[in-house]
Design a binder for this molecule. Structure first.
Ligand SMILES: NC(=O)c1ccc[n+]([C@@H]2O[C@H](COP(=O)([O-])OP(=O)(O)OC[C@H]3O[C@@H](n4cnc5c(N)ncnc54)[C@H](O)[C@@H]3O)[C@@H](O)[C@H]2O)c1
Length: 253
């Protein structure tokens, strides 16, 4: 099979597509022939992602959607808009939207905890439920849901009790969705990135980054494209479901 056409005639919904890892996933899927729904709260971000997409197939049409994944109304509108703008039902969903509100447990405010859970965990639930319903109602032949969790969901991280709890929740959610949707040939898997160079991590001072590097067995920070590679694997492999793949340079072993 031609490597560049593996997603030809398929449509993919990528939340958090306006930045970082989500943008790299949009770029990779577009290169592989998919039509991409670039979903994010950041209007400028989705526009920039769209402008940068390379398209190998004239029939590909990419669209941007300004959606808040933590709001059921916003997600319902997304589902309606996607059906209007794409000729096929999207069968690949990448839940990549995420936020951090870091501080120590002893200082954390309720809002910091709730905000992170609402985007990182409830957002994954809302988008997965809405897109799975659409796939099942339309009797698609197969589907792939890919949830971007984090290695902190497995090992924890100082200053991130809210974030690590949300990402651990995504792992459990992923396994249950895999069990429930397997009979519809819809797969659901999680990726646990380690430290990846994106706007989310760029704010971390160089001094702190230098302290982290010796603890990464591969001695470097990862690239968003290296997460997009694994999204491509999970979008195309037809016998993986319920898994959590660590892409960390060796952190968390
Ligand atoms: N960068 C890392 O080191 C790393 C490590 C592990 C996991 N992750 C996870 O990868 C995913 C992508 O992170 P990133 O590093 O690319 O960060 P990023 O900040 O570059 O991108 C996150 C995107 O999510 C969007 N977003 C935030 N809230 C949203 C909402 N309510 N609705 C829709 N979109 C929303 C933001 O606007 C942004 O464009 C996140 O889920 C993050 O937790 C990142």
């Amino acid at each position: 099979m031609n490597m560049a056409t593996r997603l030809n005639k398929l449509a993919a919904v990528v939340t958090g597509g306006g930045s970082g890892i989500g943008r790299a996933v949009c770029q990779r899927f577009a290169r592989e022939g998919a039509s991409v729904a670039i979903v994010d709260t950041n209007e400028d971000g989705v526009r920039q992602t769209l402008d940068g997409l390379q398209t190998n197939h004239p029939e590909c049409g990419h669209h941007t959607f300004v959606t808040d994944v933590s709001s059921s109304e916003s997600v319902e509108k997304l589902v309606q808009d996607v059906q209007e703008r794409f000729p096929v039902i999207p069968t690949i969903v990448v839940n990549c939207a995420g936020i951090t509100r870091d501080t120590f447990l002893l200082k954390m405010r309720e809002k910091q905890f709730d905000d992170v859970m609402n985007v990182n965990l409830k957002g994954v639930f809302l988008v997965t439920q809405a897109m799975s319903r659409l796939m099942v109602e339309n009797k698609v032949a197969s589907g792939s849901i890919i949830n971007v969790s984090s290695i902190t969901g497995k090992v924890g991280n100082i200053g991130q009790c809210n974030y690590s709890a949300s990402k651990a929740g995504v792992i459990g959610f992923t396994k249950t969705v895999a069990l429930e949707l397997g009979r519809f040939n819809i797969r659901c898997n999680a990726i646990l990135p380690g430290w990846i160079e994106t706007p989310m991590t760029q704010a971390v001072p160089d001094k702190v980054k230098a302290q982290i590097l010796p603890h990464i067995p591969l001695r470097r920070i990862g690239r968003p494209e290296e997460i997009a590679d694994v999204c491509m694997l999970l979008a195309t492999n037809e016998y993986m479901t319920g898994t959590s793949i660590e892409v960390t340079g060796g952190i968390g072993l």
